[in-house]
Design a protein around this ligand. Structure first.
Ligand SMILES: [Zn+2]
Length: 518
């Protein structure tokens, strides 16, 4: 086996010499020259890496072990070491960092999140014993439904003294109770001497009515009122258009308010079946309209309802007041057909008109009316317009009311517990005239209702009577003149017409009337 390859630089011509391991000892070569040569020679002679499995404990073995330990030690010394492997570990934030981040976190306010418009207080914030007050507070309060002006002031923090002064000033211009719900009240409350008193009112402005704004200032310690009249155009608004596919949509598109269309359809339905309208028909609606110079507008009641029909008679209905009652009249002066209430009381009919056995008298006799069974105290309504002919005790009828209607018709209401009208008084259809009871010849609370024609009782179920108002004479002339006047109005919103705003009447036409109170 080859043991060693030795290159001898002194043998020239670069010839390697091979020795075979043979029993014949090769004579030792000449001693090498130099320290490198000597170390090489020593390394040849000394076995530095023996087999550590044999001759354990011998001198050679210990030397081998030393070599092994030295080499391992050198390797460890020269190794670059173990690099750290990155991993996810929660960062521990210091108190300062936590405060810094907290204002930027997004979390629920309920959980103490500071996200939002304001930055949350950090630990650096020290609570103040007392915060400084704003010099002024500007408030914008609105009157609620069922609310009062005085209550709105009190709710806004105006002192009782200021509130009563304001009320007294406002009452000089308008009734404070008449200010509509939803009206906004702008207030400025000023600086106060200490926290235990209410802030003084510095300024208050309110649009009391469409045509009147009120301003209250504090001047030299006293509140003064200034009225600002606002010009209002009262010209009614006329809205016209083609019915098309839907009258409602067409009228809405033309600028009518939903409540106006509702009223219009109700009037129209009294004359014509709304289902019979044709697309070519043209509607003509005139409503009361108030438009202030400041831009606000108020839509009032429907004044005129017209329909120009492609086929059939045109409809022209005008709201007109006759005998103190507003109702709709047709262009010829014929008013609404007013029917009679089906029953004068809310209850079941318990006994009909005709011969019957009387429960108290104990024999058969004529029952001259109709009985309605109803709870004690239920209101009794007049079946139609009329005049009270009799109101009081009437024998077996107990407490009794007799009404006289047009056309020789009368109606009677018996056994009332209480009468709510007086003799000679005129009543309207649906007006409460008394309450159900059991007075007179009666076994329990019920209404005995009678109908008379020319003084004799008739079966209330047998006749139907209606009332139609008819205008005549000067009333008819005035009515026709009003229709003509309204129909001269151009259609369209007021803004498109020549603005002819008339200043609203106020008790101080010069404007800026100042009244003062302390
Ligand atoms: Zn009866």
């Amino acid at each position: 086996m080859f043991q060693k390859i030795e290159f001898n630089p002194h043998q020239g011509a670069s010839i390697g010499t091979l020795w075979l391991n043979s029993p014949a000892r090769v004579p030792a070569p000449a001693l090498p020259v130099g320290w490198q040569g000597r170390i090489g020679d020593w390394a040849n002679r000394v076995e530095l890496v023996p087999d550590l499995g044999s001759n354990i404990g011998s001198r050679v073995w210990w030397r081998g072990l030393f070599t092994c330990v030295s080499l391992c030690g050198t390797t460890l010394m020269l190794s670059p070491g173990m690099p750290a492997i990155p991993g996810s570990v929660p960062t521990a934030l210091g108190a300062n960092h936590l405060d810094h981040f907290r204002s930027q976190m997004i979390s629920a306010s309920a959980l103490g999140g500071d996200s939002g418009l304001r930055m949350g207080p950090t630990d650096a914030v020290a609570p103040l014993a007392e915060t400084p007050e704003r010099p002024q507070i500007e408030l914008n309060a609105a009157l609620g439904t069922g609310d009062s002006f005085a209550h709105t002031l009190a709710r806004s923090g105006v002192s009782d003294k200021d509130a009563s002064a304001v009320l007294a000033l406002v009452a000089q211009a308008v009734d404070p109770e008449s200010i509509a719900a939803g009206t906004r009240v702008q207030m400025i409350l000023g600086r106060r001497p200490n926290r235990n008193v209410a802030r003084p009112l510095e300024r208050l402005s309110v649009r009391a009515r469409l045509e009147l704004a009120l301003e209250i200032h504090r001047q030299d310690g006293a509140l003064t009122l200034r009225r600002i009249p606002i010009a209002v155009d009262n010209t009614p608004l006329r809205i016209r258009g083609r019915v098309g596919g839907s009258l409602y949509r067409a009228a809405r598109a033309a600028g009518a308010a939903p409540s106006t269309i509702q009223a219009y359809l109700k009037v129209l339905a009294s004359q014509v079946s709304v289902g019979s309208l044709r697309a070519e028909d043209r509607f003509d609606i005139i409503v009361a309209h108030r438009r202030a110079e400041t831009g606000e507008a108020e839509v009032g009641q429907l004044l005129f309802a017209g329909l120009e029909r492609a086929r059939g008679k045109d409809i022209n209905m005008l709201k007109w007041t006759q005998d103190g009652r507003q109702q709709w009249f047709e262009a010829s002066g014929v008013g609404e057909r007013r029917g009679v209430l089906a029953a004068p009381v809310s209850g079941r009919m318990s006994s009909n008109y005709g011969q019957r056995f009387h429960p108290i008298l104990g024999y058969k006799r004529m029952h001259a009316g109709v009985d309605f069974s109803a709870a004690h105290g239920s209101p009794i309504y007049a079946v139609t317009d009329g005049r009270v002919n009799y109101a009081g005790w009437h024998g077996g009828h107990g407490k009794y009311v007799r009404l006289q209607h047009a056309g020789g018709i009368g109606s009677g209401y018996a056994h009332m517990s209480r009468i709510a009208v007086k003799s000679g008084q005129s009543v309207r259809r649906g007006q409460v005239i008394g309450y159900v009871g059991s007075t007179g010849l009666s076994t329990g609370p019920h209404l005995h209702y009678e109908l008379y024609r020319n003084g004799a009782t008739v079966n209330p179920g047998s006749i139907k009577f209606t009332q139609v108002a008819q205008l005549s004479g000067s009333a008819l002339a005035a009515f026709k003149a009003k229709i003509a006047e309204l129909k001269r109005l151009p259609a369209g919103p007021v803004a498109e017409r020549t603005a002819q705003a008339t200043p609203a009447p106020t008790d101080n036409p010069a404007g800026g009337g100042v009244s003062r109170t302390r």
